[in-house]
Write a protein that binds this ligand. Sequence first.
Ligand SMILES: [Zn+2]
Length: 481
Amino acid sequence: MTAIAIDGAHILTERRFARGTVLIEGGTIAAVARHDDERHALCAAAAEVVAAHGTWLIPGLVSAHTHAYATLLRGTQSALPLELWALYTIAYGAGLDDSAIATAMLLHAAECIRSGITGIVDHFPHVGQAEAALAAHEASGLRVLFAPFVQDISDYDLFGIDVPPALRALAAVGPLDCPAFEDRFAGFAAAARGGSGRVMLALGPNAPQRCSPALWSLWRRLRERHAVPVHAHALETRAQARIAQQRWPAGGMIAAMDEAGLLADGLTLAHAVHTSAAERELLARRGVAVAHNPLSNLTLGSGIMPLGAYAEAGVTVGIGTDASNCGGRHDLFEAMRLALTLPRAGEPDARTWPSAERILTMATTNGGRILGSGPRPTGIAAGALADLVLVRRSNAVNTLLAETIDGFVAHAGRDAVEAVMIDGRWVLRDDRILAFDEPRLLHSVAAVHAQIAERSAPTIAAIDRDLGAVAAQFAPWMQPF
Ligand SMILES: [Zn+2]
């Protein structure tokens, strides 16, 4: 086995960065040393020594909620509330075939890798193209928890919105053929098992309110049969909070999910912006994690997730970058700064503000737990996965920073990402992605994008025309409480 030593970086420890050496063997960290003689011994044991003076070494960042296909939707409509924005997303998404999905996955991976993101949860709506997505994720070099959607209720049925005729077919969600889906899901599980181990499978119910009771049963069945995690949107917008109150007047949606046995360790809810204290406590008791997506929540006007209240309740929270057409760039440095500072807006007592250490833990360790890292050690420690990122300290922004995590979270950015390792293998070095052919990918993107624009043009024109009528019907649902 070829061992690699990374020597001289400022390595993340629990409370600060401290200089040291890390030895990597296979896909894991074999040893970490801080004292000179131990550091020399690790370097002597390695086949390759990487001199990393002038850098920080952090565990790879994990985007705990993303929709990788949407990299091809970047630059489209993003100035509407979710329920209206979704019409555009569905219309553009309908133009994606297998080859577009593969392109989107790799484009997403290139952006993530260059941003120091080593792991993602890909919540995937286009189940017809799941095999193409799985193959592209394998080729991407990223660690991926792949969560194909199930859903049999559209938002427009749920809210009783009369969708104009031109949009009806687009917005419709048919009943799901459960036995057929179970067969396909078993196929996805076999494909994931037969791969490198970096691409893992989860079940991805779009959202609890978008699934009928039959799908809640399917959810439990597949989770148990395949021992997979589950990833679902929940209580993202005001409209969703209102409909949940109406549909489950007794105790709310989270309590109903608990009664149905859906709240369990391994479940991650994306967003969970509009929850009560009792709901957050219940999530904590059941070991349910939450993926916080500060930028998409702001972009779509969904609200601000009460991060301090989740911390108080003891819920494991990761940070996501969500879709490119609502969450901006896949940039966890930016998302960390939002997660760090947003809670300060409504809270004058600085003692309750989340610390930089907590935020960095959310973006690394907690994200890893959501991905399913299991009981192995986390962070930069012997036995932890060798998903690592070197960040330059020698630029104008970072040059005065070294030891404090406060400084790192407040200032470091994706522009300073120097090298990225996933599963013990370099995927970015010397400004080059090593996992796949990035220049060739970038060359092919414009043609794929043009095809999507052409296929979706008539529907987009129809949405533009009828948007006012749909918006007027949604308006009462979107009022602040
Ligand atoms: Zn999402």
